[in-house]
Design a protein around this ligand. Structure first.
Ligand SMILES: Cc1cc2nc3c(=O)[nH]c(=O)nc-3n(C[C@H](O)[C@H](O)[C@H](O)COP(=O)(O)O)c2cc1C
Length: 434
């Protein structure tokens, strides 16, 4: 009887790149047909290419994992127990049998198609639970259990493989789960955040038109709700404020010369500076700014990825709304700019990444916290749009981005503060509406 093992598998139709050394190519071709363990892959690569082949094997596996083409299957005599994909190569370290294990409070078990799955917003892990015995196994982990206690439910080799896989996918509670920045998050808000940003999931992202072939979209305006109608007053559209509102539009292409540091200063001063700080005795300082913010908590921060500015060095800057100044924190991130580039246009002159310091909101609000943050982003975006219009700048809101990429670029903790909105600005292109 063969022991349960974790095999690596490639998605159907994946062909290893011809530029890889023979041993790596052959190893990948084999796991495109049948799974093999990481040890088996490494042994065959060393035999064919020497130890120097290993970094290329890992590099190829990393690239395949990022494209969702690599999965990890627990195979036993009874067939497949579970299969995981995780957007990253998993660290398959054996879990100490004496270590207490507890299912993470962020783990989500649900039906997906005709199988059960377990997922978590702490990683991009998506594990298909093929064997129904895994459900009582997971239920046992509602309280801490050592791996060697779990062998009362499943054979030891299966327990060991499952613990290794679930651990590497981030499905067990870590020491910090209830403390520090992660401790502020509730399950629903973190799932909403991770699931609605790029990166930590396997779904399509953006305008993929999932219902295009199945249904017609609802009409542009809702059918009138009754025959009892009241025609409304139509104002004269005149005046400066009207002109700003009526002319506001999105610009995805920018002009020459590029935006200046003075214009950036004016935009941020008019839209986002702190006008006043005050205290109402609830234990949290509040502030007053040009845009409205839920509870006056003002959790949003603005970072500028300066690509081309007439008189400001390209780089990543943080806006200090209290002193109205920029702090340079690093080089401009190509990955961030690329995500905000609206093809076929060139990268924006400046990308504003709006982050939230989540604990400011979660300290006060429950259940509505994350939704409130996104509403605040909308209020800030509209204010930026209107100020940009009044100043004759080009501006466009962006539908999303990857919060892990931002956290890495800015060196911030994903759970403490990361991106929740993106907005691009620059000087107006010739021919853009004036
Ligand atoms: C929340 C939000 C997200 C948006 N995301 C994008 C985007 O990702 N790419 C883009 O080109 N425009 C984006 N836009 C701009 C809209 O496409 C634009 O507002 C809409 O087409 C109406 O055009 P107007 O802004 O010129 O009036 C976004 C706008 C909003 C408010």
């Amino acid at each position: 009887m063969a022991a349960a093992r974790i095999e690596l598998l490639l998605r159907d139709g994946e062909a290893p790149s011809a530029s890889l050394p023979t041993g790596v190519r052959d190893a990948l071709a084999r796991i495109a047909r049948n799974g093999e363990t990481e040890d088996e892959l490494e042994t065959s690569v060393i035999a064919a290419d020497g130890r120097g082949g290993l970094p290329l094997l890992y590099y190829a596996l990393d690239a395949l994992a990022r494209r969702d083409a690599l999965s990890y299957r627990i195979a036993s005599d009874d067939g497949t127990l579970a299969t995981a994909t995780c957007r990253t190569r998993l660290d398959l370290r054996t879990v100490d049998p004496g270590q207490p294990l507890l299912l993470s409070r962020f783990a989500l078990i649900r039906r997906d198609g005709d199988t059960m799955t377990i997922e978590t917003p702490l990683s991009a892990a998506h594990v298909t639970l093929t064997d129904p015995r895994l459900l009582p196994f997971l239920a046992t982990l509602a309280t801490p259990r050592r791996a060697d206690e779990l062998t009362a439910i499943l054979p030891p080799d299966e327990v060991s493989a499952l613990c290794t896989l679930f651990w590497s996918c981030g499905l067990f509670a870590g020491e910090q789960e209830n403390d520090g920045s992660l401790g502020y998050w509730n399950f629903y808000d973190l799932l909403f955040h991770a699931r609605s940003r790029k990166g930590r999931h396997h779904g399509q992202y953006g305008a993929s038109f999932p219902f295009r072939l199945r249904t017609q979209p609802p009409p542009v305006a809702k059918q009138i709700a009754s025959d009892d109608v009241v025609p409304l007053h139509r104002p004269e559209l005149q005046g400066e404020f009207t002109s700003v509102i009526e002319n506001r539009h999105s610009s995805r292409q920018f002009g020459e010369p590029p935006i200046t540091c003075r214009e950036l200063g004016e935009l941020l001063f008019r839209a986002a500076r702190i006008r006043d700080v005050y205290d109402v005795g609830i234990g949290q300082q509040l502030s007053n700014r040009p845009y409205p913010g839920g509870g006056a908590v003002y959790e949003l921060e603005i970072y500028l990825t300066v690509h081309t500015c007439a008189d400001l060095r390209s780089g990543l800057y943080h806006y200090d709304p209290l002193e109205h100044r920029l702090a340079r924190i690093g080089d401009s991130s190509k990955a961030l700019l690329q995500q905000a580039t609206q093809e076929p246009y060139a990268p924006p002159q400046v990308l504003l990444t709006i982050t939230a310091r989540f604990a400011r909101v979660f300290w006060k609000y429950e259940s509505m916290g994350y939704a409130l943050i996104l509403k605040d982003v909308g209020a800030l975006m509209q204010t930026l749009y209107l100020v940009a219009e009044a100043m004759g700048l080009g501006a466009c809101a962006i539908g999303g981005g990857d919060s892990d990429v931002f956290a890495a670029a800015a060196g911030v903790d994903y759970y403490e503060e990361t991106s929740v909105g993106e907005f691009i600005i620059g000087s107006r292109a010739e021919g853009d509406r004036q």
